[in-house]
Design a protein around this ligand. Structure first.
Ligand SMILES: Cc1cc2nc3c(=O)[nH]c(=O)nc-3n(C[C@H](O)[C@H](O)[C@H](O)COP(=O)(O)O)c2cc1C
Length: 363
């Protein structure tokens, strides 16, 4: 009998995940018609990840309006054509036994950038003349000034409009069959831009104190809980900007507690992305941040970042550093990583296999 904790179910609200090894959000830059509609690529990609045995597949950053896309090739959830396309994907993911989750996002000052492939030699902001757009942010402070254009500071009315777009996106995601939403509050995108004092210099009710900088996130949670109360709600944070005086883990824990009180169910703890910083990247380098938030805020968390072997992932969950582990690149190298790790840990794996593949389970 295996004693694996990683491969035991986890229940949040009405939703039970078959295990605690989950697939993190990964942009594919593959809505090549630039209409935000997921394509056959997304169906194949997310479907094969679900067939790999994971408990949860989270979509890439999915924009709540066209200006919220990281690149023109990003997917979205702002119209019903997108709902129809996502519906095929959620049905496939769920049919494989994984929970379908959507990462809801607005890229703010990091929107309208060149996708990392397909545009040789180009990076940073896509000019308006080439299909890009003017970006928005809490304050008119560019990310990486060399490559990114200066955003326009949002008015309060414009913030209200973005909140409405998140609300509508959540309602559409529920209609498309998603069971879970993750608010993208990490990696220097709009929510993180509001949270961090380095990117938010506002003097109104959205800037200054921690409570003011967290106002957008907390409003989004309220709206989503109202329009889609049946969906489990995750928040992804970058727990630090890795820069003195920036956003840090103590701020993260405080705001995670507020977010949990507002109805968020689970916290996915990453780091960085808002400022240039020297990041001490190493196996499991973000795990201590997850553990800190779990203890300081008393909330369930997922750890992510360079977790590439089964024993390491098992240790993180078994030792109580985190309640679940997310993987990204390891799942691209081998979409069947969850099945492989279950076998390596001696955990029962048969239920994770697609029946079509069962003949390959034993030699
Ligand atoms: C191709 C790719 C695309 C990514 N896109 C997103 C994204 O859309 N949203 C997000 O929160 N993180 C994104 N990430 C970050 C991953 O979710 C993850 O946090 C990071 O890759 C570290 O995990 P890993 O070491 O297991 O790859 C992306 C990572 C990769 C490799």
């Amino acid at each position: 009998m295996s004693s694996s904790k990683l491969f035991t179910p986890l229940t949040l609200g009405d939703l039970t995940f078959r295990n605690r090894l989950w697939i993190a959000a990964m942009c594919q830059y593959s809505a090549l018609r630039r209409d935000g509609v997921p394509t056959d690529w997304h169906l194949a990609h997310l479907g094969q990840l679900a067939a790999g045995g994971t408990g949860l597949v989270i979509t890439e950053a999915t924009a709540v309006n066209p200006d919220g896309r990281i690149s023109p090739e990003d997917v979205g959830i702002w119209n019903d054509e997108q709902v129809a396309a996502w519906s095929r994907i959620t049905a496939l993911v769920a049919s494989q036994g994984a929970v379908p989750g959507m990462q809801l996002s607005h890229a703010g000052r990091k929107a309208s950038t060149f996708a990392p492939w397909g545009f040789p030699g180009r990076r940073g902001t896509v000019p308006v003349s080439e299909g890009g757009w003017v970006t928005v942010a809490p304050s008119a402070i560019p990310y990486e000034p060399k490559h990114h254009s200066t955003p326009v500071a949002l008015s309060v009315d414009e913030i209200d409009a973005i909140v409405a777009d998140f609300r509508a996106g959540a309602e559409r995601a529920a209609r498309a069959g998603f069971r879970l939403l993750e608010l993208h509050g990490a990696h220097g995108y709009l929510i993180h831009q509001f949270l961090s004092p380095a990117s938010n210099h506002r003097t109104d009710e959205y800037g200054g104190s921690l409570a003011n900088r967290a106002r957008l996130l907390l409003r989004l949670i309220d709206e989503i809980k109202e329009v889609a109360p049946e969906l489990v709600l995750f928040v992804r944070f970058s727990a630090t900007d890795w820069v003195p005086g920036g956003w840090d883990e103590a701020d993260t824990a405080t705001v995670a507690r507020w977010a949990a009180d507002a109805g968020a169910d689970f916290f996915d703890i990453s780091t960085g992305g808002n400022l240039h910083a020297d990041i001490p990247v190493a196996p499991g380098y973000q795990v201590p941040f997850a553990q800190y938030v779990r203890q300081a805020a008393g909330v369930p968390v997922g750890a992510v970042g360079l977790i590439t072997d089964a024993e390491h992932a098992e240790h993180i969950v078994a030792s109580g550093q985190a309640d679940a582990v997310f993987i990204a690149r390891e799942a691209l190298r081998d979409p069947h990583t969850p099945i492989r790790w279950a076998r390596e840990l001696g955990a029962p794996d048969e239920e994770f296999w697609a029946p079509q593949y069962l003949r390959a389970r034993t030699a």
